[in-house]
Design a protein around this ligand. Structure first.
Ligand SMILES: *Cc1c(COP(=O)(O)O)cnc(C)c1O
Length: 348
């Protein structure tokens, strides 16, 4: 069969920005080294695109959430560089970890027992210091099972690092206390926002995700972090609207005057969710083309009066400066990245 034609959605990845963001976060981590959270297919960027760039920049530790994410990652990273945050929930996970040589994070006594019963070996350990989500409760730290683990990196996770919350310092202190009760080789606490809280939060290795890919969870990072994902969509059709013509499902927009509209190959199935309806705008060069009506599954319609020279087949930019796009859409910067769909042609 012949090759499919080029896609009508593309996601240009700025590799230099990605590498620069990792280097900035590594530098801001002080004497700690930065790793990289590459779960959820590198936050939608694509493991195949992101990991080689991050390795080249100097990154040596990669975090995924699921065991199902390991095989892809092992194409680009060595087993000893891979850490699985969710940890084992059954014996098959333990067997897979031991076969592949990747490290599980042990999050509970249940997981500690599974791991040890399956033969054990080096692992990481997550202790809960207040997020109450995943991680060993402080009361379980003294358990004999914990004493039998070979803990490489002891970690915890901040709940409110993107805010000036007293919880940050409380978690940092509890982490230090708990760390004294468990043998381990290295410590890790900070995600992207945690790195911006200062050197006291960096310990030995940091775990940025969002900011690698252009997210700015705290204003302190704004000057150092650059946009990585630049999505674009093609114009499928141009049409002239007359006063009284309505656009899209449920006719939520009605033209008041004669105008030109463009139908664009971008919809909620591509991660351009319905919350953009009536709020978003695409761009053609400097021209701003506001959305008309509701976002459909595969299409949006934009007002293209600002771009009289627009043609069918032209490419429109989807504004994806993450802090701005989050403000405008009401989505989080994380959601904006991780929902970018599979129909985008990802390229660097
Ligand atoms: C996802 C995740 C990170 C990365 O967090 P960001 O806010 O994206 O920087 C770090 N640590 C753990 C445990 C995570 O689950």
């Amino acid at each position: 069969m012949s090759e499919p034609p080029p896609r009508s959605l593309r996601l240009r990845l700025d590799r230099e920005a990605l590498a620069g963001n990792w280097r900035a976060l590594d530098r801001l981590s002080g004497s700690a080294r930065a790793g990289a959270a590459v779960k959820a297919d590198a936050y939608g960027i694509g493991v195949a695109n992101a990991v080689p760039v991050l390795r080249e920049a100097g990154c040596e530790t990669f975090y995924v959430a699921h065991w199902s994410e390991v095989t892809d990652l092992l194409e680009y990273a060595a087993p000893e560089q891979v850490v699985v945050l969710h940890g084992p929930i059954g014996p098959d996970d333990v067997a897979f970890a031991r076969e592949t040589g990747v490290r599980p994070v042990i999050n509970s006594l249940y997981q500690a027992r599974l791991w040890l019963d399956g033969g054990g070996g080096r692992c990481d350990m997550m202790v809960d210091t207040g997020i109450n989500r995943l991680g060993l409760p402080p009361g379980d730290v003294g358990d004999a099972l914990v004493g039998r683990l070979e803990i490489e990196t002891l970690m915890s996770h901040l709940a409110s690092a993107d805010e000036d919350s007293a919880q940050n310092e409380a978690q940092r202190r509890l982490f230090e206390d708990l760390a004294q009760q468990m043998p381990h080789r290295r410590r890790s606490l900070a995600n992207s926002a945690g790195i911006a809280l200062g050197r006291g939060y960096a310990f030995d290795i940091t775990r940025p995700g969002l900011s690698l890919y252009g997210g700015v969870p705290r204003p302190e990072l704004a000057g150092d972090i650059r946009q990585v994902a630049h999505p674009q969509a093609a114009v499928l059709q141009l049409r002239d609207l007359s006063p009284g013509d309505s656009v899209g499902y449920n006719a939520t927009y009605t033209a008041e005057r004669k105008m030109r509209a463009a139908t664009v190959s971008l919809g909620y199935a591509d991660g351009f969710l319905r919350c953009w309806s009536g709020k978003g705008a695409l761009r053609f060069g400097e021209a701003v083309l506001p959305l008309l009506g509701l976002v459909s599954m595969d299409m949006v319609v934009v007002d293209c009066r600002a771009a009289p020279d627009l043609r069918e087949g032209d490419w429109l930019d989807i504004p994806y400066d993450l802090p701005q796009a989050a403000d405008r859409s009401g989505l989080s910067q994380y959601e904006l990245l991780t929902t970018l769909g599979r129909r985008f042609q990802r390229s660097a």
